[in-house]
Design a protein around this ligand. Structure first.
Ligand code: ADP
Length: 453
């Protein structure tokens, strides 16, 4: 069942509603029944009280009693007057005069000196029996008894009960329908999210769920979409990275093979062979550089940062020392213009990797006799050079893996992984990196620290 949650909700709401309604209905019916019977009781108690007063005052009640008989409306009520021994003194029906009878209501009125009422079934009809004492000076000497059919009251109560129960059933049905619909509305995006998660599981990473809602489910869908687009990015990146790596490895291997073949076959003379071997050596250097960079970037996937306080200027000093021989080859001046008081929280070896990559690039892509200057403030540090610069169209891609700007322009060869590694390290630290450049004038790489240090 697709909307199990909806049906479960509907059943729960339905059951709660029916339970509540059953309690309310029962209370309503009982209250209505009591009211109707009380109303009837008080009418007949008034009547029997009046008859009792008449008896006390020696007023003959025969006339009244006979009236109902004359009308032939025996269902309307039968009036009896019984003495203290239970003998019937008067009977509106006539048949019981002189007969001795005691029933519960009679005894109650006689013993307690208070009116009493009892309910019976006569044939298949409801009947009520009322007794009222005739007390003279605190002593009950006779009892007025009225029996009356009250089936019409019972019928009325039953009609009321049926109406109440039918209405409740109709409302309960509506509640169940509404809760199924509401439940479906609630579970529908969850059903879609589940289906979308299944699609992602099957590898369809570009799955997006449209949920135009401003509640928790809407936010869940938003988070899901962000997650899936992130997954898509990672997946695309992974595929591209893999194909780039294969390509990068294939090219030098193919050229090594092409250089080795004439040496093996003897087609190349001694001088050519030496030249080819030098090229092979160069290719092997490139390959091992590439593999080294790949290892570094793979290590970054699982590395844990060991943050410590670093005096930025000292780290720049170290990098300048390491790269000085390389810079000297091109007579490039490496200048450390950092404020010595600036301290950052970073992983030393990783941060050195960043500095080495940035400064190495500034030398690699620098001009003979040029300069590279490192500046830093509390918010950021900059590596500035006056090298060949980066064309505007290449700038957005330089931090991607294997991205190299036009080689003929720079004259330098690299793997295109350096800045990719730099960006990854910077992101791991929660910092930011950006670059501005003017071709022919130089470049400026800025690392921004978050939060402010
Ligand atoms: P590579 O190994 O090719 O240097 P990087 O990822 O370090 O790879 O750099 C990517 C590209 O960005 C380089 O190929 C180069 O074109 C450009 N680049 C990086 N730093 C500089 C710089 N200081 N000056 C000019 N171009 C740069």
């Amino acid at each position: 069942m697709k909307h199990k949650l909806a049906y479960r909700l509907a059943v729960t709401y339905g059951l709660i509603f029916i339970l509540a309604v059953a309690v309310i209905d029962t209370a309503l019916i009982i209250v209505y029944r009591d009211n109707q019977l009380k109303k009837n009781e008080s009418f007949y108690f008034d009547l029997s009280s009046m008859l009792s007063t008449m008896v006390k005052n020696n007023i003959r009640i025969t006339n009244y009693i006979n009236t109902s008989e004359e009308n032939g409306d025996r269902n309307a009520g039968r009036v009896l007057l019984l003495d203290a021994s239970g003998k019937v003194l008067l009977d509106s029906g006539g048949e019981l005069s002189g007969v001795s009878m005691t029933n519960l209501e009679y005894r109650k009125a006689l013993e307690n000196g208070k009116p009493a009422a009892g309910y019976y079934t006569y044939g298949d009809k409801g009947m009520a029996m009322f007794s009222y004492p005739v007390s003279i000076e605190g002593k009950t000497s006779a009892v007025v008894m009225i029996s009356v059919f009250i089936q019409d009251i019972y019928d009325d109560i039953n009609r009321f009960a049926i109406q109440v129960i039918a209405t409740s059933f109709a409302v309960a049905f509506a509640v169940v329908i509404v809760s199924v619909l509401m439940g479906k509305r609630l579970s529908e995006p969850i059903v879609r999210l589940t289906a979308a998660a299944g699609q992602i599981y099957k590898g369809k990473m570009d799955t997006i769920v449209e949920v135009a809602r401003n509640d928790e489910i809407g936010r869940l869908a938003g988070a899901f979409n962000r997650m899936s687009s992130e997954l898509l990015k990672v997946e695309t990146g992974r595929k591209r990275f893999l194909s780039d790596v294969s390509h990068e490895l294939k090219t030098p291997l193919a050229s090594i093979k092409a250089l080795v073949e004439p040496i093996i076959s003897g087609a190349a003379n001694e001088e050519e062979s030496r030249e080819y071997l030098q090229d092979i050596d160069h290719e092997i250097d490139r390959l091992s550089g590439l593999v080294g960079s790949l290892l570094t970037s793979a290590r970054l996937e699982e590395v844990e940062l060991k943050r410590q306080e670093l005096i930025l200027a000292e780290e720049v000093d170290y990098t300048v020392r390491v790269l000085a021989p390389l810079a000297a080859q091109k007579q490039i001046v490496l200048e450390n213009a950092c404020d010595r008081t600036i301290v950052i929280q970073a992983d030393r070896s990783m941060f050195r990797e960043v500095l080495i990559n940035l400064l190495d690039n500034s030398i690699k892509y620098g001009i003979e006799g040029g300069f590279t200057r490192v500046e830093c403030t509390r918010k950021a540090f900059k590596v500035i050079d006056n090298g060949c610069g980066i064309p505007e169209e290449d700038l957005p891609g330089i931090f991607d893996s294997f991205y190299r700007a036009d080689k003929s322009r720079t004259g330098a060869s690299g793997s295109g992984i350096g800045l990719f590694i730099v960006k990854r390290i910077i992101e791991l630290h929660g910092f930011g990196i950006s670059a501005v450049s003017q071709p022919g004038k130089g470049s400026e790489f800025t690392v921004t620290f978050y939060p402010d240090v």
